[in-house]
Design a protein around this ligand. Structure first.
Ligand SMILES: Nc1ncnc2c1ncn2[C@@H]1O[C@H](COP(=O)(O)OP(=O)(O)O)[C@@H](O)[C@H]1O
Ligand SMILES: O=C(O)[C@@H](O)C(=O)COP(=O)(O)O
Length: 404
């Protein structure tokens, strides 16, 4: 089977698609250092980028560099992994990165498949649904960086790309002649309907020879089985546990509320205070952490309810930086197992820890798994990088069981 290279536009997305490949019997590795070398022994190499909300030129350059490295490492088929809720703005970055990768690979057609039915993301008649809501009516409407106010994927993608965008609807996906429909299409990008895992399998079969496909982790869930043992190959180091949330999503807020109601010590980061006195805010947060029972699972979060989201161009970056510093300091003080909620937040945390590669471990829930990395100072740490929208409400209390 040809080695697969995945270019993931954020870190939670990288572990999301890696755990999907692992569940299908592949041996994935996630590379988190853009300058690092591709992992030996893996049949799926996932390059985790922090390009989803980066300036367009930076996102394109990082994606093309990642593609070139994956190719040099022997990858022959490529997946551009973006969010199952198509997180982007009119400028990008999905369209510009797709354009660059499609040009680089020479792909005549590239399918666009964000559907992930196990997490409620389905595409019907070209419209993306989140559960029973159109994307534009879902909580993604209020995302701090990529508010999604439309639902028809072709309409969202068109302003972002130089190429044509068409749709292939469910009747054709079910018809047994999907590959032909893709080959015959006039447009370069084709939004495909998919509402079940069987639809994803039909799409995977029809695109098996395509050099480039794009979408969410559902692309991997439909892949033919790989034949490797999915058992976790590493043991988590004992030590303190911590949950850090930089996500403002409805699901993360539900998880924080559940943890708080069930006796977890919880602290809301003073996001406003980070503007003028970041050192003081971080110090007092770490003092609070130090006061907690070492056997407890403290939760540090930046948004408890939607009103906590602060405007201002630097706020998001400042919050990511502060949470990254908090995790790095906590690891120095004995934390060995940590859940991080939020894709951008996860990118900042992993970067600050100096972790360059992640080994995939036990699954926690659809799209979320444990992964192990080694920090810049040589400490092994177990991380669950959780998409803001994923995981069960009780996950901050129960995810640790999957580590045993
Ligand atoms: N209180 C806040 N005000 C403004 N921005 C915030 C606040 N808390 C977190 N953020 C920022 O919002 C963004 C959330 O994105 P991300 O971490 O990717 O979460 P998600 O997975 O839900 O998209 C991050 O850049 C984070 O720093
Ligand atoms: O496809 C998905 O929904 C996730 O893998 C994803 O991309 C996560 O993004 P965040 O919600 O920003 O963490």
């Amino acid at each position: 089977m040809p080695k697969i290279g995945v270019i993931a536009d954020d870190f939670t997305g990288a572990t999301d698609i890696a755990t999907a490949y692992a569940s299908r019997g592949y041996r994935p590795v996630v590379l988190t250092d853009p300058a690092g070398q591709a992992g030996a022994g893996a049949d799926v190499v996932v390059a985790a980028l922090k390009s989803r909300t980066a300036p367009v030129e930076e996102a394109v350059a990082a994606s093309v560099t990642a593609y070139d490295r994956l190719r040099a490492a022997g990858c022959e088929r490529f997946v551009f992994k973006y969010c199952s809720t198509f997180d982007s703005t009119d400028r990008g970055n999905i369209g510009p990165v797709l354009d660059a990768l499609a040009d680089r690979t020479g792909a005549r057609h590239v399918v666009v498949v964000p559907a992930f039915p196990a997490n409620g993301r389905t595409v019907y008649l070209g419209h993306l649904f989140v559960g029973d809501q159109l994307l534009e009516n879902s909580p993604m409407r209020h995302h701090p960086l990529t508010p999604m106010t439309r639902s028809r994927l072709a309409e969202i993608l068109r302003p972002q790309t130089r190429y044509g965008v068409g749709e292939i609807h469910l009747t054709t996906v079910h018809s047994g002649r999907l590959a032909q429909a893709v080959a015959d299409a006039a447009e370069r990008y084709l939004v495909l309907d998919a509402i079940t895992d069987d639809d994803l399998a039909a799409i995977a079969a029809a695109t098996a020879d395509d050099v480039l496909v794009s979408g969410g982790a559902g692309l991997a869930l439909g892949a033919p089985t790989g034949g490797s043992d999915p058992a976790q190959a590493w043991q988590a180091r004992p030590g303190r546990r911590l949950v850090v949330c930089g996500s403002a999503s409805a699901r993360t807020r539900e998880q924080i509320a559940y943890a708080t109601a069930h006796g977890h010590p919880a602290l809301r980061l003073d996001v406003a205070g980070l503007a003028g006195r970041p050192g003081e805010v971080i110090r007092s947060t770490m003092d609070w952490f130090g006061e907690q029972d070492p056997g407890s699972v403290p939760v540090i979060y930046s948004v408890g309810d939607p009103g906590d989201v602060q405007s201002g161009p630097e706020t998001a970056a400042r919050t990511e930086n502060a949470l990254a510093t908090i995790v790095a300091t906590a690891v120095e003080r004995g934390v060995t197992q940590c859940i991080v909620a939020g894709g951008e937040t996860s990118g900042a945390v992993v970067g600050r820890l100096g972790v360059t590669a992640l080994r995939i471990g036990s699954p926690i829930s659809p799209g979320v798994c444990w992964a192990e990395g080694t920090t810049g100072t040589g400490d092994r740490v177990a991380l669950a990088l959780k998409s803001g929208n994923f995981g069960t409400p009780e996950m901050f209390a129960t995810a640790w069981e999957a580590l045993r």
